[in-house]
Design a protein around this ligand. Structure first.
Ligand SMILES: O=C(O)CCC(=O)C(=O)O
Length: 254
């Protein structure tokens, strides 16, 4: 499914647990950020290879990544989902070089996140092409209404140790979200999602940004105190709760 130019639908988001893809970045922007991504890896986009670099929280230390995470085209639909007060709390690049054999198992993000209450909206953005062959994002619509058990998968090909207990997954309802550069899809903290390996010679370069609201408290002890990954940035509106003052992030200057 490759779509262009449709608009974000809050009704669809509530009904199906996701909305999109929509064009968020221009092709020029997507190309520029794609280039910056590979520069950070120390690679050329023409010769994408594996990396051992930590792909989380570049917005803590790179101005361009912070600009990307707070890009108005990403954040505007987030205000429709979360309301006027928006907190950016995490960002991660999901990169699969050509031939990467790992798959991302079906999961619900909230299974891994100690936050109270469980409120999150994710913007998943494709900087290059995301197609079936390179392991595009997959979603099961309507699965965001309940939390289901996650189990140890015992599968070395899985990028995560834990995923949803297979008896809760109806693969026949899964959709492949194929995307062109600069497109974005939104989903919430409980929507089932995952992706297959990259069996093509096209890199899959994408990132997700996580947003929440100020009344959510991050239980940092349960995150192992990992402020290299989790920091809060008030990107819209105001914080009348002040629950996470100890983990406020600093906007990188370069
Ligand atoms: O990019 C993928 O394949 C998985 C992304 C994901 O799990 C997420 O954004 O929460």
């Amino acid at each position: 499914m490759i779509t262009k130019g449709t608009s974000f639908s809050i009704e669809q988001f509530h009904e199906a647990g996701y909305s999109g893809p929509i064009q968020a970045l221009t092709l020029e922007e997507a190309d520029r950020y794609n280039q910056l991504f590979f520069e950070e890896l120390g690679q050329s986009k023409f010769e994408p290879g594996p990396t051992k670099i930590n792909l989380s929280a570049w917005h803590h230390r790179r101005k361009w990544a912070y600009e990307l995470a707070t890009h108005p085209a990403l954040v505007e639909p987030i205000t429709q989902i979360l309301g006027p007060d928006v907190v950016l709390w995490a960002m991660h690049f999901w990169y699969k070089e050509p031939g990467n054999t790992k798959f991302i198992p079906w999961h619900q993000d909230i299974n891994y996140w100690p936050m109270e209450p469980a409120i999150n909206a994710t913007a998943w953005v494709s900087l290059g092409w995301s197609i079936r062959e390179n392991g595009c994002l997959r979603i099961i619509p309507g699965t965001h209404r309940s939390i289901v058990p996650h189990v140890d998968l015992g599968n070395d090909a899985s990028a995560f140790q834990e995923g949803i207990d297979a008896s809760y997954v109806d693969e026949s309802k899964a959709i492949d979200i194929e995307m062109t550069p600069g497109q974005i899809v939104y989903f919430n903290e409980a929507t089932f999602h995952g992706s297959e390996m990259n069996s093509s010679n096209i890199p899959r370069v994408a990132f997700s940004v996580r947003y929440t609201t100020p009344e959510v408290k991050f239980k940092m002890a349960d995150w192992g105190g990992d402020t290299n990954r989790i920091r809060t940035f008030q990107v819209r509106g105001e914080d009348r709760f002040r629950l996470n003052d100890d983990i406020i992030g600093a906007i990188p200057q370069q």
